[in-house]
Design a protein around this ligand. Sequence first.
Ligand SMILES: *Cc1c(COP(=O)(O)O)cnc(C)c1O
Length: 372
Amino acid sequence: MTDFKTFVPPTRTLMGPGPSDVSPRVLNALGRSTIGHLDPAFVSLMDETKALLQYAFQTKNTLTLPVSAPGSAGMEACFANLIEPGDKVIVCINGVFGKRMQENVIRCGGRAIAIESQWGNQTSFDELKTVLEANADVKAVAMVHAETSTGVRNDVEPLCKLAKQYGCLTIVDAVTSLAGIELNVDAWQIDAIYSGSQKCLSCIPGISPVSFSNHAVEAIKKRKHPVQSWFLDMSLIMGYWGEGKRAYHHTAPVNSIYALHESLGILREEGLENAWGRHRRLHEKLVKGLEALGLEMLVAPQARLPQLNTVCVPEGVDEARVRTELLDKFNLEVGAGLGALAGKVWRIGLMGHGCSDRNVDYCLAAFSSALR
Ligand SMILES: *Cc1c(COP(=O)(O)O)cnc(C)c1O
């Protein structure tokens, strides 16, 4: 390397599947001076961050904390701690992220019973009921709340309540749902949940808020085998993020926690219900505008995620050319289709700070130009 130059990123508008636009308040928090991760000032910041996460998740769970790694690590934390070799787990799959849950079950030595629904459709309550009836001794039921690969919202509340009637633990992926649509961890009887910092929390990527119920904590305590992952073993992490004296486990990403704390504070100031309402209102405005351009949505209205809008690519339009033009001419990032939907859809994110009238208007104007 001859010439080193400081990296200055282009100024983009992020309307893909994440990361989303980060608020300047969060970026400012990130740049404050680093302090020791066991400094009393940092320890109180950890406590406040936990309390703010309990608010965001709507839970009283003591074991609520940010895992020091992206959403995928939160996923691993849930499965690695709860699933032991031989455990039967029902996995509801209707997109990429449900598939990943199945993969996690298998890697933990569990037996995954898949309920596969067509991509773009919701997981069916009746189907889960049939599979629960047909399988005794199922330990857990896993599902994705906001399936970012398709733009579908699964009906987590009835599905989790049903699973609990059969004595199962419930595991939910809330990476894209947290702060974007209604989510009530305690009222919906969710035992283990993981999220991500870079979707509707509009924080920087790299942190995964998680929460475990008492039922889940008991299951962890009753394990026959130690958790295979040392880093993600909740019984060890509890000594660091738990109550009382903090013992060193790993060095928390100190500045990232400043950023997360600020983003959760912004959510708290707005209020959860208001944040959910803003996502709904701007989603409706975006869909109206897209339909006026002659575009069609992939998902049926009642199953749509406001924060992730999946738009069908019209006949004869080159999907990738449009995205390149949006990026080159408008500095606008939207997502491509994944897996079965590659080349067939665009995915437009309206997440957190980026879920604004300005972004909806900008996106519609850019699409209108790129499609011409
Ligand atoms: C983005 C996403 C993940 C993965 O999060 P990373 O932070 O990229 O590891 C998991 N599940 C869903 C539903 C997501 O949208």
